[in-house]
Design a protein around this ligand. Structure first.
Ligand code: KG4
Ligand code: ZN
Length: 325
């Protein structure tokens, strides 16, 4: 089965063709990062306009790259939320138009479920039961999966998401936007020598990252961080330690076979290496390009939803605060 995936939830316009939920035939991404960098963050209206400009060229290029015609497609999967309403609308309306014009089944996909399914596009396929750590710009969730589409939320952040914390810390340290990659780059030349608090929230699998951020703010204001690279290295070390320790603990508690990672923060090399070095359980991490927003993960997730009979109709709408079912 061949699916076209469309993703426009935030600031990447993306389209991909994926076969049987596991094989990428094309994966095209038009990033708006340079445009939003001028403002120091995402401007929703600017994002919507860019999606409108890029969506058709990016779909066209994904089809060409995959040597795929409309007749070769079996279905279309599109992100319906969570995300920015104006951004999501471009993808959903385009998917509906294609579905209507070519009589193709339409599948609405939750962006976070999409992130999880990036793991089915890597070389080693995940095995259930597993614990998934989702670390993106808006979420830090620990999810137990016993099968496809079977999610139990075990833990979540009580305040900032991990990616949001990276972005805020980068701003405090004057390292620019987007924050995650900026912190990672600066940390490579710095030392983990600044003491920052870790919120363990013992007895729960929840996270809290606002305390680390506030501690960093205070140190910056007091002029105690002479080298921003040391601030970046110390901040990254604190976040990674909490994410790795708590994820391994919950995975062992639930006696799962594997840990899988996903979301933009899973692109962080220190996080990846620390997981692989410290986990007694196998850890699967998608290639970096599949951790950050892309449409191949949406097509992969769409395939497994399609197989489960979860097909949408043309009344499909965007849900900016969509929760995982
Ligand atoms: O999953 P994603 O691309 O979009 C959302 O669904 O939110 O995640 C974006 C987040 C941003 O906060 C970004 O700073 C962070 O992922 N990120 C990173 C890295 N690359 C992206 N954080 C740490 N290290 C990275 N290399
Ligand atoms: Zn995302």
């Amino acid at each position: 089965m061949r699916l076209l995936g469309i993703e426009t939830s935030c600031d990447e316009t993306a389209a991909a063709i994926v076969e049987d939920g596991i094989k990428i035939l094309s994966n095209e991404i038009a990033s708006q990062v340079d445009i939003h960098a001028r403002y120091g963050g995402i401007v929703p209206e600017v994002a919507s306009r860019q999606h409108t400009l890029s969506i058709i060229p990016i779909i066209s290029s994904a089809m060409t790259q995959a040597k795929t015609t409309w007749q070769d497609l079996d279905a279309i999967a599109v992100t319906t939320g969570p995300g920015l309403a104006g951004s999501l609308l471009t993808g959903v309306n385009t998917a509906k138009a294609i579905s209507f014009a070519h009589g193709l089944p339409l599948i609405g996909v939750n962006h976070l479920e999409g992130h999880i399914y990036a793991n089915w596009l890597a070389e080693v396929l995940p095995e259930f039961p597993l614990v998934c750590l989702i670390v993106s710009g808006g979420h830090s969730d620990l999810v137990l999966m016993r099968g496809h589409g079977d999610y139990t939320l075990l833990g979540r952040t009580r305040d900032d998401a991990a990616g949001e914390a990276f972005d805020k810390a980068a701003r405090l340290l004057g390292l620019g936007y987007p924050g995650g990659p900026a912190i990672e780059k600066a940390a490579a030349t710095g030392k983990d020598i600044i003491p920052l608090p870790r919120a363990w929230l013992k007895g729960t699998s929840d996270f809290s990252f606002s305390g680390i951020k506030t501690a960093l703010l205070r140190l910056v204001e007091e002029g105690k961080i002479a080298n921003p690279a040391d601030g970046a290295a110390s901040f990254q070390a604190a976040l990674v330690e909490v994410l790795v320790t708590k994820t391994i603990a919950v995975a062992q508690e639930h006696r799962v076979r594997q840990i899988i990672l996903c979301g933009g923060v899973a692109a962080n090399k220190t996080l990846r290496q620390t997981f692989l070095a410290q986990s007694p359980l196998p850890v699967l991490i998608p290639p970096m390009i599949l951790c950050t927003d892309n449409a191949a993960m949406i097509a992969a997730c769409g395939y497994f939803r399609f197989r489960a009979g979860k097909i949408s109709d043309l009344s499909l709408d965007v849900v900016p605060n969509l929760k995982m079912a």
